[in-house]
Ligand binder design. Structure first.
Ligand code: EPZ
Length: 431
């Protein structure tokens, strides 16, 4: 297994360019299933979750061509519904969007239970509730979610008891080609929901209200091809911002939409970091002397749960106490055991943690428990004294493009190391 080795203590300086957003690219790529014409998607991040999803589409019969490492051409005319392979679908959460897209185009779907980060229960009851409101029947067979319809999907009004990104995406996908009007009330407002709606509208869909909590979708008979560029990844940007705050230094995070980073910027300022906002960049300047803060995660425009581990790592270096309330997922503090190995003082009780920062932190062997937990390990290691060895870094590679190169270009002492000894053992075992 590959590892990341980090010798901490270097302040970070320079510029870093942010890639396209994973959580926008996943639904946009799945939305191509609704379309018989060709779409070109630009600014896709070349990360493993996207590669896995493109492999799923290819194996279902889609014509998928990488034009460059960031642009993909997709034609789903000949896709076979229900043919997504179990093994690949179980690797990522985004495979659940195949359900809504297949249902919307073919009136039926079958996908193996989706995987994704282990951060607490991740039910699909709201997705099923919406599919059923549109006239579908949902069941489980041999580990696959099966969805059928008696005749055709018909628009309806749907109210979600809880704000869910995934259920909002799937309802949009299922209703774009449905008969009549669908109204989603208490919809997620994340920028990636807006990105999906803008992409689908560019293909001829009729969606209004994305970005607010009420989305109205008027069904259309078909979609046409288009070329579309994915928005920048606010979570990748926020990760670099938190890292600079923790290590000290001055870095300009480029190719971002600053509006998407408001909650992150405000919390960094509260912690004592200087933020300068431009049209498509944010400069973060930090002395490395931070103050403890309180934060509560919530759906957009609240503070993103996907930034909670990275901020917790950063706050280990802040003077005084910080209070973190995790309100989206039930088990998103697993990484705190790893931070404790470095000397962090963190007490977790249910969905709340208290960090007493400022005690010395030293490098340690660290396991990346999930994607954002892995990003938190990188930040903690960059700001600590001594050397850390990060294991299970495939979790980081699911969502961050060239994280070691990007941090190295800012002056970090970080390298990706292939475990040659285990590679050699595997090779000799297979001879
Ligand atoms: C998406 O997950 C993201 N994943 C997650 O990103 C992100 O953490 C999350 O939204 C919240 O922003 C993708 O976009 C692929 P939800 P999703 O449905 O859609 C509950 C990352 O690090 N819920 O908004 O699965 C659920 O348990 C990842 O990039 C139900 O109860 O999240 C949670 O408590 C991790 N029933 C809350 O809603 C349902 O049917 C929000 O989940 C669906 C969700």
């Amino acid at each position: 297994m590959d590892k990341i080795i980090i010798s901490g203590g270097n302040p970070l300086y320079g510029n870093v360019s942010i890639s396209g957003m994973k959580n926008a690219a996943l639904p946009v790529i799945c939305a191509c299933i609704l379309n018989k014409e060709t779409c070109i998607i630009d600014n896709i991040p070349p990360i493993s979750d996207i590669e896995t999803l493109l492999m799923i589409l290819s194996s279902m019969g889609a014509d998928v061509k990488m034009l460059t490492k960031n642009s993909v051409q997709i034609n789903c005319r000949n896709i076979i519904p229900g043919s997504s392979p179990n093994e690949l679908a179980s690797k990522l959460r985004g495979s659940s969007y195949i359900l809504g897209a297949e249902l919307g185009r073919f009136g039926k779907s079958s996908v193996y239970s989706p995987g994704g980060c282990s951060i607490g229960p991740r039910p699909l009851d709201l997705h099923m509730k919406a599919f059923e409101a549109l006239g579908a029947h949902c069941s489980h067979r041999n580990g696959r979610i099966e969805i059928t319809t008696d005749s055709y999907l018909k628009g309806n009004s749907i109210f979600f008891d809880k704000v869910s990104v995934g259920a909002t995406v799937n309802t949009i996908l299922a209703s774009v080609l449905a008969d009549g009007v669908t109204i989603i009330d208490n919809a997620a407002r994340e920028p990636h929901i807006v990105d999906l709606a803008v992409f689908l509208n560019a293909c001829g869909a009729n969606i209004i209200g994305a970005g607010t909590s009420v989305i109205k979708i008027k069904g259309v008979s078909k979609l046409h091809g288009c070329r579309y560029s994915i928005i920048p990844d606010m979570i990748e940007a926020g990760t670099y911002m938190a890292a600079v705050a923790a290590t000290g230094g001055k870095v300009t995070v480029r190719n971002v939409i600053p509006k998407h980073l408001e909650a992150i910027s405000i919390k960094l300022e509260e912690a004592g970091v200087n933020i300068i906002t431009g049209s498509d960049y944010i400069t973060v300047e930090s002395t490395g002397k931070l103050k403890g803060i309180s934060l509560t995660t919530g759906p957009y425009p609240g503070f993103a749960t996907d930034m909670q581990p990275q901020f917790s790592a950063m706050l280990c270096f802040a003077e005084g106490a910080s209070d973190i309330h995790e309100q989206v997922f039930d088990n998103r503090f697993q990484y705190t055991d790893e931070l404790a190995k470095m000397g962090a003082d963190i007490k977790v009780s249910a969905n709340h943690s208290i960090i007493r920062g400022g005690s010395p932190m030293t490098g340690a062997p660290l396991v990346c428990r999930d994607l954002r937990a892995g990003a938190a390990m990188v930040i903690a290691a960059l700001a600590s004294e001594g050397t850390s060895e990060l294991l299970e870094i495939d979790k980081i590679e699911r969502g961050y493009y060239k994280i070691t190169e990007k941090f190295a270009s800012l002056g970090a002492d970080i390298k990706l190391v292939s475990d040659i000894s285990s590679a050699q053992i595997n090779r000799s075992a297979s001879i």
